[in-house]
Design a protein around this ligand. Structure first.
Ligand SMILES: Cc1cc2nc3c(=O)[nH]c(=O)nc-3n(C[C@H](O)[C@H](O)[C@H](O)COP(=O)(O)OP(=O)(O)OC[C@H]3O[C@@H](n4cnc5c(N)ncnc54)[C@H](O)[C@@H]3O)c2cc1C
Length: 432
């Protein structure tokens, strides 16, 4: 069904993460009758946020805490500007410790003339630190050149690093733990990640010193995106999506509703479960190519999941062990959330080395994150081909449905480009 300018259609958006919220917001402001379905009782992007007692009152904290900057997240930034959501820079110092909690490397950033540089305090300059620093410089230089010359060809990171003879210390003590945390995935998945995706993002995330947080947290984006939506149905899981000649049927616990179009904004593995494998074989074929890794995020106040010496504490603290399949890291919430400055320490740990003391644990959630590899890149191409079919009524959006790292940016971008098939344009000019 081709949507002509000025024509109004009824659209269901399934899932209210950043991708579903963006799609619903864009469709609604273009005049389409939009219904947003979310299986959680809270909007999905904000479903796990927690209230933490900080003395006089409770303060909300995002779980997981998400950061961005304008360079790597241009579309998210354009959306935030449009919504009037402001942000502020945060400290991006990082420490690297053994699983004994003994810190062997730490860096911060210094800013001069508005340019930020990584800085390693002299007390952390050891042979191990120098191997890390030279590996970073090598990857930045050689990887940057390969990226510019277009010679990376989506080859897996592990093969790329082996070809470049990067030192084991750099790979095991720095790169794998860092990427395992940024991409929330296992060692095996880090190894499979296309080197291109890592190199085009890593330095702008980690070493640029230009990360930001939305003031008031990610929930500020959520609030403004849903504020004017006429029909948001929380606690309403969609059970099945079926197509007929003149519409798409959505099966809910209490009946079936018909729409002109459906935007499925769930994870790829959840999207697959909504579609019959026989009626939607090509969709299954594409969606099956996206694999997810799982992690636990724990919010707590237990210092035993931080570096042993307080002077080593940084905003992000990695715990390194080649024996561990999942990267472990602890975020010092007070360093990234202004509301917690000066309060007693609160932490968010990904894949804790051990459980925090029971009376210090506030919240634990299990999350999944898509893994980018050769198969997922193929899945992305297949979804794009499906989206180009002339009579398409079922669409797929999500941070998984892009060629880059699955971030909030990719969720916004994927929705922006997908609703364009319905003649809907974002109010910003698409950043290159
Ligand atoms: C630990 C961690 C840290 C991260 N840090 C950052 C960061 O710093 N910066 C950044 O940019 N990104 C970060 N990300 C990535 C970012 O959070 C995700 O890429 C993004 O939130 C995914 O959004 P989405 O809309 O694609 O999917 P989701 O947020 O997964 O949304 C899908 C929604 O669909 C709903 N749903 C599923 N099935 C149904 C159904 N049948 N009916 C109705 N609803 C359904 C789900 O409940 C969910 O709310 C991080 C991710 C993790 C896990």
């Amino acid at each position: 069904m081709v949507v002509l300018a000025g024509m109004t259609v009824r659209v269901a958006v399934v899932g209210s993460g950043i991708a579903g919220l963006t799609a619903a917001w864009l469709l609604d402001r273009a005049g389409h009758r939009t219904v947003l379905f979310e299986r959680h009782q809270r909007v999905g992007m904000d479903a796990h946020s927690a209230e933490i007692p900080t003395g006089p009152s409770d303060v909300g904290v995002d779980v997981p805490i998400r950061v961005f900057n304008r360079k790597l997240w241009p579309t998210l930034s354009a959306l935030a500007d449009e919504l009037g959501v402001v942000s502020r820079p945060i400290s991006v110092a990082s420490s690297f410790s053994e699983t004994t909690r003994q810190t062997f490397f730490r860096y911060g950033t210094v800013t001069a003339a508005k340019v930020s540089f990584p800085y390693v305090p002299p007390r952390y300059l050891s042979p191990r630190a120098l191997a890390i620093i030279s590996g970073v410089a090598q990857l930045r230089l050689a990887g940057g050149l390969d990226l510019e010359n277009g010679t990376l060809n989506d080859r897996p990171l592990k093969a790329y690093l082996a070809e470049g003879e990067y030192s084991e210390t750099f790979v095991e003590d720095f790169l794998y733990p860092a990427i395992g945390t940024i991409c929330t995935c296992s060692r095996d998945s880090v190894a499979e990640y296309p080197a291109r995706v890592i190199i085009e993002s890593l330095f702008d995330i980690f070493l640029a010193g230009r990360l930001r947080r939305f003031t008031g947290g990610t929930r500020q984006i959520v609030r403004r995106l849903v504020a004017n939506l006429p029909d948001v149905r929380l606690g309403t899981g969609v059970q099945q999506v079926t197509a007929s000649d003149d519409g798409v049927d959505i099966k809910l616990a209490d009946g079936v509703e018909r729409f002109d179009h459906v935007v499925i904004a769930t994870q790829a593995n959840h999207a697959r479960a909504l579609l019959s494998p026989t009626a939607f074989a090509p969709e299954h074929d594409a969606l099956e190519r996206f694999r997810y890794d799982q992690l636990d995020v724990v919010v707590h106040t237990d210092r035993a999941l931080m570096p042993r010496a307080e002077r080593d504490w940084a905003s992000v603290n990695f715990f390194v062990s080649p024996e561990r399949e999942q990267a472990a890291s602890t975020l010092w919430v007070n360093r990234v959330e202004v509301e917690f400055e000066g309060q007693s320490p609160v932490f968010q740990t990904h894949n804790p080395l051990w459980a925090p003391e029971a009376n210090k644990e506030m919240l634990r959630v299990r999350l999944q994150r898509p893994v980018v590899n050769a198969d997922s890149l193929r899945g992305y191409e297949m979804l794009q081909a499906l989206h180009r079919e002339p009579d398409r009524r079922i669409w797929f959006v999500g941070s998984y449905a892009t060629r880059g790292m699955p971030l909030l940016e990719s969720g916004v971008r994927s929705s922006e480009s997908t609703v364009a098939h319905l003649g809907v344009r974002a109010p910003w000019s698409t950043p290159s």
